[in-house]
Design a protein around this ligand. Sequence first.
Ligand code: HEC
Length: 432
Amino acid sequence: MTRTLAPLALAGLGLLAACGAEPKAEPADAEGGADGGDTAPVEFYADVAPVLLDHCVRCHQPGGQGPGDFTDPAVVGAMAEIMLAQVDAGVMPPPVADPDCRDYIGSEYLSIPDAKRDQIAAWIDGGKVVGAPPDQPLGSPIASELADPDLALLIPAPYTPSFSDAANPGNEYRCFALEHGQADDFFITALHPLVDQAEILHHAVLFTIPTEELTPEHQSPEGVDCINNMDSTDGMVAAWAPGALPIEFEGAGMRVRSNQTLILQLHYYQGADQPLADRSGYALRIAPSVEREIIMAPFAKYGFNIPPGDAAYSATERIEWTSSFPTVKVWGSFPHMHRLGTGYRLWVDHPDGSSECLLSGEDRYDFHNQITYMFRDPAVVQPGDTVSFECTWDNSAENPNQTFDPPQNIRYGERTDEEMCYAFTLVSLGGL
Ligand code: HEC
């Protein structure tokens, strides 16, 4: 995500504060508009507000992660040109996997279709007419909570990030143990984070570790700094970024063993002016048994070497699904790289020569917006198939996420200035 436009937009907001929140009515271009005058005018409440509610407001509202309240016509009026520029640059809403490769739950909200982008443009061209507010306030279509959770597990106490790590200004990764309190093995059948301070919570990753590896720091109210050991590759359960919908497995679930502890990694970033105490957590639905057990298959590429200066270096892992492998149903996947990551592709080549796309995010990977994509139509992988996963990185000096000056050879490693290439993929045994 770029920050270059921030001062401009904030100046816009400041201006509004200075002259009162009067919606601007300057239809200067309206008459000369290229579209002529015989179409109904595009109005804020009728045409633009629903678009913003579907695609922007979950982050752009008071207490949300992004600046400004996009339900307020005055704010939107002041920011509209910048909003359009951010949409056209592919920066907003934050990029996600391409639903045309394979559709996933929530895709209709996580990326904005061209026709809806054009509504915003037409509203600007038409002079930003506000129109009559609706009788009922419009609600957000995004489920921000998991319905009927069995467990609502919060970190031990409110935690105030200090952002004191000089190597990672404005960012802090903190890991906390979540006590599930179950004596026996159980299955997670649905999950979604409980977000307390949305302004500072950038993403949340849930994983398991053997309870014998638990440290007192994990259980302390301060948690443990975990920016460089975030990748618990065996125990990943799910990754969440703002906007992602609750994950629900129909008749299936992920096993948590009685000797495993859930760890919640919270990525805080300095999105608020003053220090905020956060007590986030995870809501789970659980069951003692399920029809199908879902397991995490970490498709990974290890032996890569990203040359310095290369702005689009790709590495691909190919896994031949031999007859010793079981047939699996693929429910979803979570692509994961570090800061230099820019794109990924996960696909299956079938023995008949056809190729099936599972995830595609060329130029759409954002380290700060990591999501588990749950497929609307799960795929089947069986012996004879080949599964491929490709990662692309930008190791040029121009990449704003570049750590090294000059750029260095980058290999696999756990530190954020090393790289990874994972598709943490949720599978169950057996076909459809
Ligand atoms: C998942 C959360 C999220 C969604 C959804 C989202 N934004 Fe943002 N937006 C942010 C964050 C966070 C920032 C601040 C980025 C930064 O400072 O790097 C931001 C910044 C912006 C900015 C720049 C504001 C400034 O002061 O520079 C604009 C404009 C913007 N968003 C427009 C939009 C529009 C339009 C949509 C919907 C089409 C949208 N955003 C959807 C999180 C989101």
